[in-house]
Each structure stands twice: as structure tokens, then as C-alpha cells.
Design a binder for this molecule. Structure first.
Ligand code: SF4
Length: 171
């Protein structure tokens, strides 16, 4: 892992998800305040309308790939991210929306939407790592606040995050 520049830029991206993992990040305000001086929140629409152009030192990605637009966007995000960390079950395994992978989405769409002609979707919901290189995965639904703070803090200090090797269920 290379040393990050002074005031590294952090970006938070949303794909198909419920926003719960981003809320976990917002819920870390006390902990993040402690490290905020060393970081620049460059892109995080859920928290701020301000936006700083890339490239970004660290990108946190929530959500799965479910639309043709997602396919294009994740490639663009990868290209402008030094480190890319996926956060939550949606991003790391496809999430609850991956249940569609076991059925024919074309049969479901007219049952769910009044105007199916406006729906643009892929037949599957897939994890981010199926499409681009991912440097670190934080699992859980939602992610653990403690693991998230440890990860951001570690990346800011150019060290490897100290994360458990087992799931919470083991405890
Ligand atoms: Fe929401 Fe869970 Fe997906 Fe996080 S992993 S965005 S909490 S559904």
C-alpha cells in the first residue's frame, strides 16, 4: 500500500442499495471528526452537496451493479480511484436484490412496475468485484461502524486495517 498524499481525497459512491451503509458512515460523526482534519471529503452526496473533482485517493462503494449505467459508472470510478473499498453486503455479494439472479427478471418487471417500458435493468445484481479490481471488502448488512472507522483511519495512515477474519455470526 503506497503512502497517501497530504489531505487525501475520500469519495463515497452509491449503486443499487438502501443507503444503510452510507448512514453507518454518517453515524460515525464523532469518530470521523477525530480524523477529519487529515481527510478531504471530496464526493459524498448523502452528506454534502459540495464536490471536488477526482482523482480520489480512497473510494468507498456501496451497492451492487444492476443497470447498464452502473456498468459504465463503476469502470469510471475505478479509473479515478487509488484504493477502492466496497462496503456492505450489496457491494460485496449483490445484496438482497441478487435474489433476482434466480428468476427471470423479464417476468417480474411487469408485475412490479406500472410502466415497465421505463425500466432499464440488467438480468442480474452482481458484486462490484465482478466488474473491477477491489482493494478491500467490508462485509455486513449494514457494515460495522468500528470496522469502517478502523479502515478509514488505516488507509489515511497508509497501514493495513486490522479487521476480524471471521463474520459477526462467529461471536
Ligand atoms: Fe442497505 Fe444492507 Fe445494502 Fe448496506 S448492505 S446498503 S445496509 S441493504
Amino acid at each position: 500500500m503506497t503512502a497517501l498524499a497530504t489531505r487525501p481525497k475520500l469519495a463515497v459512491w452509491k449503486f443499487s442499495s438502501c443507503d444503510g451503509c452510507q448512514l453507518s458512515l454518517l453515524d460515525c460523526e464523532d469518530e470521523l471528526l477525530a480524523i477529519a482534519e487529515g481527510i478531504q471529503i471530496a464526493y459524498f452526496p448523502e452528506a454534502t452537496s459540495g464536490e471536488v473533482e477526482g482523482p480520489y485517493d480512497v473510494s468507498l462503494v456501496e451497492g451492487s451493479v444492476t443497470t447498464p449505467h452502473d456498468l459504465e459508472r463503476i469502470q469510471e470510478i475505478r479509473a479515478q480511484s487509488g484504493l477502492l473499498v466496497t462496503i456492505g453486503a450489496c457491494a460485496t455479494s449483490g445484496g438482497i436484490q441478487a435474489l433476482r439472479n434466480f428468476a427471470d427478471i423479464r417476468e417480474w418487471i411487469p408485475l412490479v412496475y406500472a410502466s415497465p417500458e421505463f425500466i432499464s435493468t440488467l438480468e442480474t445484481s452482481t458484486p462490484i468485484a465482478d466488474h473491477v479490481r477491489v482493494d478491500l471488502e467490508l462485509r455486513g448488512c449494514p457494515i460495522s461502524k468500528a470496522q469502517l472507522v478502523e479502515t478509514v483511519s488505516a488507509l489515511l495512515n497508509a497501514r493495513r486495517p486490522r479487521l476480524p477474519s471471521t463474520s459477526v455470526c462467529m461471536e
